[in-house]
Design a protein around this ligand. Sequence first.
Ligand code: ZN
Length: 360
Amino acid sequence: MLGWVLFNDKDLWLRFTMSAASSVEKTPYALGGAITDFTAVSPQISEKLFLILRKKFVTDVSGRIDTPTMGAYVPFLRKALETNPYLFIYLKFYAECLILSCSNRDALGDVLRNFLCEDVANEFLPDMLLTNDADQTAEWLGKVIGRDMEFRRSRTKAQISDIISPDSSLAKYTPAQRLYILKCENGSGLNRSFNMSISSEYDFDRTANLGTVKASLIDNGSTVLAEYEISSPDDLIALELFHTVKGELPIKKCRCCNEYFVPTGRSDSEYCSRISLGENKRCAQIGAMRTFKGKYAENPIYAEYNRAYKRNHSRLRNGKLYDEEFRDWSAAARKARDEFIAENKTVEQFRLRLTELEIE
Ligand SMILES: [Zn+2]
């Protein structure tokens, strides 16, 4: 079993044990945010994360005689946990398989078959490449588990599209009805049965006695929630999708990166708050800039400012301006640009102002 998941109005909590010895832990995520973030993880990023674990494992194994334990991977896994529960489940599973490849290699086939999607299992398990070469084994395991993650990621993304897109072939159904239709399809991964129990937001020790529970419920004002056991990534996907759709949370497609997201602030926002691959700004920041540019782009003052900016920036690059001079100039020019646009002044007036600001 991977752990438990609890659902509140707009949150979900993941409860799990990090390693056999450690106690139950709990991490909160925005409902709908966790699953849409998962569908937006680029394969380059996940490959990089798998590679970090693989390298660490190979270093650990070559430097010691005893079997590595989960403890060594906990700091890394905690970071994954902060990022996304699905990513965390996959990386944790990879770490567990790496350890198992040292301690009980014969058990790996069954463990993998239990976890992997049928398609991925059928593709890879007939030719398991588990050898005494730690790097080769780690590479093969990373490839298989990474392939499984990519499979579920793209399947979920396609399902979200079917649920919300106005062009979907299911467009005449409500989102919840669409989800139900998808569930009935073969191989959707959504057709799971769940083991649900009544749980409290406050995480009691499983052996706590009734007196402790009663006293603590008053002290903590703890909410009572539905808690489900999850034994496969599909369980979490199916449950989060269901609760998101049922709770009518808005799932949107970001106008910048084209990935799905659930707005955490204003429900009419068009941009997600993720930083996509190769960018150093969040989509929301890029979106705000685009809106600004769209509004002003037709204004000749804006074009005039851009020309002056490019000219002075190349002077800076060629060492004809000091950093400080350029910074002061661009701040003043930007201020003038916005004022002149706001006051409906002409581009000739703005040119004159730029001449005054120009650094000799
Ligand atoms: Zn985005």
